[in-house]
Write a protein that binds this ligand. Sequence first.
Ligand SMILES: Cc1cc2nc3c(=O)[nH]c(=O)nc-3n(C[C@H](O)[C@H](O)[C@H](O)COP(=O)(O)OP(=O)(O)OC[C@H]3O[C@@H](n4cnc5c(N)ncnc54)[C@H](O)[C@@H]3O)c2cc1C
Length: 217
Amino acid sequence: ISFTLTTKDHILLNEITRITTQVPGNALNSFISTTPITPMGNKDVNMSIVVHHQPHFTTQKANEAVIWGYFLYPRRKGEFVDKQYIKMTGKEMLEELLGQLSKVDPGPGNIMDKKQEIMDSVINCIPAYMPYASALFNNRAKTDRPKVIPEHSTNLAFTGEFVEQPYQMVFTEQSAVRSGEIAAYHFAGVPMAKLVKNPRYDKDIKTLAKATRKMFK
Ligand SMILES: Cc1cc2nc3c(=O)[nH]c(=O)nc-3n(C[C@H](O)[C@H](O)[C@H](O)COP(=O)(O)OP(=O)(O)OC[C@H]3O[C@@H](n4cnc5c(N)ncnc54)[C@H](O)[C@@H]3O)c2cc1C
């Protein structure tokens, strides 16, 4: 379950910058931690925020700030709001966020000192439940998903995250866009060799060695 928070000033944003030591847009996923990504092996992080470079939207006013956040396990309970995340209002999600930030706040002072100011700065905090957001990671057989160009098709193609594209990583704009490119190239008669090369990291010794080292670190 995710939420999008819009504020009419940058107080919260500045506090997040101070606490995480990340300027907006610097780290795509600022997990609630003083390092950008919580190291593997640590206790599960229930909450994550994405703080984009501001302004994020072309129509966003200079005084406004927009951040996005989510809870990976919607049925778990909050630590600061005694409710399942899925049942929280936007305001409660923000309260949970402030609580989490206060836990890792290195000081001096604490974000909680500014809680009222931050709450007053909120334009809205809109939760969005995405029950199928991770469906594309489900195990599948090769035949479960169609190819971009089904056999014998003369005018129909499938695009997006649920097509079978060998060696592409799902859940990325790259793979979704590539499926559209494949479709367009196919029907327009453009050779597939003109597609951006698909890196085969599974055959790249350097990458494999690096991955192995990382695994045992
Ligand atoms: C929470 C989340 C985080 C993500 N983070 C990243 C990331 O960090 N990096 C990354 O690369 N990718 C990320 N992705 C994945 C990326 O957003 C998607 O892969 C990409 O947007 C898919 O593009 P698409 O054009 O195939 O589909 P979509 O962007 O889903 O577009 C499909 C469009 O079709 C419209 N539509 C549906 N049905 C109909 C209909 N019947 N008639 C007309 N229109 C219809 C929908 O409204 C929608 O606008 C993330 C996705 C999610 C959900």
